[in-house]
Design a protein around this ligand. Structure first.
Ligand code: FES
Ligand SMILES: [Fe+2]
Length: 684
């Protein structure tokens, strides 16, 4: 088995851009420890990342981003402070750039007057100080990517002042309607709010707070009755599609029922819902005023998808899928606006980590803005047969990854992410293929196995491999960043707030992104910091981010995160169980017959070669008779051998093997529909 580590020298050489493969002089290797000078040869000792800080009981040590700047930095903190005094939104963006290695700055491009803020990431040398600065100024890792990094990230807004993004006043896509079981209610969590999704008698999907107004039992444990109403299965209260209570079985008189159900306190709290583009959308707020607020906005659909969910002319849309992923919305978006990870993380599925990872251009073609999100363009993508690629984020939930192929056709990944609870997101997406102009052929378009004509359930099942190749990073990355941020918070605040409290603002990650291919990540974090408070806003009382999951059967669970919730996959799983049981039974039967045929043939051969008298004597105990019985057995053996000759025996053996293969394949697929483990170490 090959591994990246085993092939490290050659692999790393290939991973470096042209011109960067020469060995670095020892003095320019910043990570080489020096016994005399400590880490980077500059600092006396590295502080432990986690655990008690030496500064906890003494003076607070400023974080790296606020250490005394070198001469080139001196104007930046003053400018940032002045801007922060004017506008806290600008300060949020500056905080992100300061956090991304302590080497960024937010330059005001006259934003207050012309409506455009410009966040400029300076070249690496501007971020360094002292000997470190000299080392980085002479850093031979200079290339197109680094130079591109000096280009500005533009943040645009209208009206002279940016608006705040309201996480709750949004339409969020929660599931493809065709994959939902309408016969029962479903629990769903949106922004930390527990909801129940159900379809009423009129055929409309509804979203209620998942708590019965009687004594707060979860309505998702209830039933949808024949009258199309939701029954709380605890004491039998019923609710119509608007949340009105229509029945209280224990009401003594019609008057008592009328008085009770006339009270607003008897109503289930309903969130506005919509069906658009084949998806169920839920408004982030429920209760009074929510309908009016929701009516003022429309959910965002890709232009290739029509309101009824069908595709526009010339576009192939195989249908949405969905998955609950064990990492947060922030990390989902960050991952899908990062094209550089694809050939490495999706090795052998959508690229080759040894051949396809290389520098490429990435420019911001739509400035970061509250409503517009942003777009990046790659004029020289690494994917073969692709002349241009772009990635666009459209708030609150959509990312569009588009490839334009040499024949003019397009491949589009239409992706959504809906924040459910800390550390989790609901992903909904599909691949769209667009034929070249003047052609109906989709040849040359498509992304990995998503383009193959597979049954829908099999595409859903196999797509877990693609998700898990990233998930093994993102689940842990989110928690590593949170822990590191909590440590920084603790350092800065002395005693510090509870690190994982959902109400505590999470500082931006301290990423080191020295090449231009991380421009999408920078744009996403800029949008998040500038407009959306730096993190998802959760409903009060939402449980905090959980710890890193170490049990692979939980981390790689596919049953609860998709199969059980998908009508197509649930039905396929039931069929697979049937196929496995039937093929196992048939295999055992044919194997038994094949063995019997072989035994009979052996006996027949033996009988033919043995004198009749000897056979008669030997078989007497079996037949209970004398020589006549032995002759009878020999005759039966010869007859059976004739019936089950070598051809039939072979056919039975092959049938048994085939049944065993079918049973094993069905069992394997069943397993993947429950747990799909993945390891990059095993993907050579
Ligand atoms: S808790 Fe729902 S009917 Fe009592
Ligand atoms: Fe499915």
């Amino acid at each position: 088995m090959r591994s990246l580590q085993a092939r490290e020298p050659a692999a790393l050489a290939r991973l470096r851009p042209r011109g960067l493969r020469q060995a670095l002089p020892l003095s320019l290797r910043p990570c080489a420890p020096s016994p005399l000078l400590g880490h980077r040869g500059l600092r006396p000792a590295a502080r432990p990342l986690y655990g008690p800080s030496p500064a906890a009981s003494g003076p607070i040590t400023p974080p790296p981003s606020s250490r005394s700047p070198g001469p080139k930095q001196q104007s930046t903190p003053r400018a940032t402070a002045a801007r922060a005094a004017r506008d806290p939104v600008e300060d949020a963006a500056a905080a992100f750039h300061a956090g991304s290695g302590g080497d960024g700055a937010l330059a005001d491009g006259g934003g207050g007057s012309n409506g455009v803020l410009t966040a400029t990431l300076p070249p690496p040398a501007a971020a360094a100080s002292g000997a470190e600065e000299q080392a980085q100024e002479a850093d031979p890792l200079e290339g197109p990517g680094l130079r591109a990094r000096a280009a500005p990230i533009e943040i645009g807004f209208s009206g002279g002042r940016p608006q705040r993004f309201d996480w709750f006043a949004q339409w969020w896509p929660v599931a493809p309607v065709e994959l939902m079981d309408a016969s029962r209610p479903h629990p769903f969590t949106l922004l930390g709010q527990d909801l129940v999704l159900w379809r009423d008698g009129s055929g409309q999907w509804r979203a209620f707070r998942d708590a019965c107004p009687h004594r707060m039992a979860p309505l998702s444990e209830g039933r949808i009755e024949k009258d199309g109403q939701l029954l709380c299965a605890y004491h039998g209260w019923r609710f119509d599609g608007k949340g009105t209570c229509t029945e209280i079985p224990t009401a003594r008189t019609p008057d008592q029922l009328h008085r009770a159900t006339s009270s607003p306190r008897s109503c289930a709290t309903a969130h506005p819902t919509l069906q658009r583009g084949g998806l169920l959308w839920v408004w982030g707020q429920g209760g009074p005023g929510a309908e009016e607020a929701a009516a003022a906005k429309q959910p965002y659909l890709p232009p290739e998808i029509q309101v009824d969910g069908t595709a526009t002319a010339g576009v192939e849309a195989p249908g949405w899928t969905f998955r609950d992923l064990p990492y947060g919305h922030n990390y989902f978006i960050e991952n899908v606006v990062d094209p550089a990870h694809v050939p490495v993380s999706h090795h052998n599925v959508a690229g080759d980590r040894y051949k396809d990872a290389r520098p490429f251009g990435m420019e911001l073609t739509r400035p970061v803005s509250l409503e517009g999100g942003f777009e990046t363009r790659t004029p020289d993508p690494w994917t073969k047969g692709t002349v241009e690629a772009s990635t666009a984020f459209k708030p609150p939930a959509h990312v569009r990854i588009q490839q334009i192929h040499t024949n003019g056709g397009k491949t589009i990944l239409a992706l959504y992410s809906t924040p459910t609870r800390p550390g989790w997101t609901r992903h909904v997406g599909q691949q769209l293929r667009v034929a070249p102009p003047g052609s109906s052929s989709l040849q040359g378009t498509g992304f990995s196995f998503f383009s193959r004509p597979l049954p829908q359930w099999l595409t859903h099942t196999l797509s877990a491999l693609f998700y898990h190749q990233d998930m093994v990073f993102l689940h842990h990355q989110e928690r590593i960043v949170a822990r590191e941020a909590a440590a920084r918070q603790g350092e800065q605040a002395g005693a510090g707030a509870s690190p994982s409290s959902p109400s505590a603002p999470v500082p931006p990650p301290k990423y080191f992104m020295p090449t231009g291919v991380d421009r999408g990540v920078t744009a996403w974090r800029s949008w998040l910091s500038t407009f959306a408070g730096g993190d998802v806003q959760w409903a009060p009382g939402t449980p905090p981010l959980g710890p890193r999951e170490t049990d692979p059967t939980v981390l790689f669970d596919t049953y609860h995160t998709h199969t059980k919730q998908c009508v197509v996959c649930s039905a396929a799983l039931a069929r697979l169980r049937l196929v496995r049981a039937a093929s196992t039974a048939l295999g055992m039967l044919t194997a038994t017959l094949a063995l019997a045929a072989a035994a009979v043939r052996a006996m027949a051969s033996s009988a033919a070669a043995t004198p009749a008298a000897a056979v008669a004597t030997a078989s007497a105990p079996l037949t209970g008779g004398g020589g006549g019985g032995g002759l009878l057995l020999a005759a039966v053996a010869r007859g059976a051998a004739g019936l089950l000759g070598s051809g039939e025996g072979l056919a039975l053996a092959l049938a048994a093997l085939l049944c065993a293969g079918v049973a094993a394949a069905a069992g394997r697929l069943e397993r993947l529909m429950h747990v799909h483990e993945y390891s990059h170490q095993d993907n050579a």
